[in-house]
Design a protein around this ligand. Sequence first.
Ligand code: YSA
Length: 326
Amino acid sequence: MDLTALKASAIQDIERANNTQEVEAARVKYLGRKEGELTAILRGLKDMTPEEKRTLGTAANELRQELEALIEKKLAAFARGPRTRFDVTKPGKKLALGHAHPLTKIDTQIREIFSSLNFSVVEGPELEEERYNFDALNIPGWHPARDMWDTFWVKNEVSAKRMLMRTHTSPMQVRYMEAHKAPFQIIVPGRTFRYEATDASHEINFYQVEGLVVGPDVTLANFKFVIEAFFKRFFGSEVEFRFRPSYFPFVEPGVEVDIRLPGGRWLEVMGAGMVHRNVFDAVKYDFRNVQGFAFGMGLDRLAMIKYGIPDIRLFYSGDLRFTKQF
Ligand code: YSA
């Protein structure tokens, strides 16, 4: 048999092999040491002329390498096993997808409700200057009210400004008014930090949503209207809440708002009030032309009430048995 015919027949045999035994049989048939057809050709070379040896020898050796490679490939394919077929009639498997954290869901809902009430949503820095977190909010260094916010101070090696992790979202009131003219209505959702002992309703890291509405004739009655609209949309029309007089240096008058829990207990969820004249002074607004209300609510607390969660620390536990329930 000449080399071309041998090649065609060998390739056909190898490709048609249905299992390893048949591949091995093809190997023996063509490359076997005793009876192999190609081996016979190679063995016959010794009786040929130097010219024949060169041409036929090279071609025969190349063919041997080619067949060996083909055989290895075929054996490897059998070793991988048969291809699994996709059965379209089988029921699908549910993919374990991730989902939003309960606090993220609450954050999204709050943004949606206030957006629908025509509020803009803005955000501010978590690492804040003392001036924005305190001084411009009518809480100078000597003010005893600073004790209301146990603070994580941050070493500043870049400038002389005293820096801290913001203890509330209120600094954005100042930043926003410095950069914008009234009238406007905004909310500022964001992360806040306090250097305090944790318990079931206090974390050192939690979330607040600040609100600020400023215009020529904004009143506390407008605040009550907005908050009632928000609560009813967020909790449903059955929600019970109350306003209590309170004190914050950056408002006058100041109030706090509580929500009634199922057991009858009240939980404080926000501080609020009418923007203090000294805050308007700090941002160079003329208090004779504008007035406004502001509020700062605890997002975690709202989430606790909505979902009936007894301990705020569960949100930050990273326990999947907890987060998977939402
Ligand atoms: C008051 C008047 C304004 O015109 C504007 C904003 C405010 C709120 C003020 N900046 C403030 O931070 N008040 S607060 O210390 O009472 O906190 C507001 C809300 O954040 C609380 O009602 C509570 O719901 C939540 N909160 C406070 N400390 C918390 C906390 N939530 C979880 N863990 C803590 N450690």
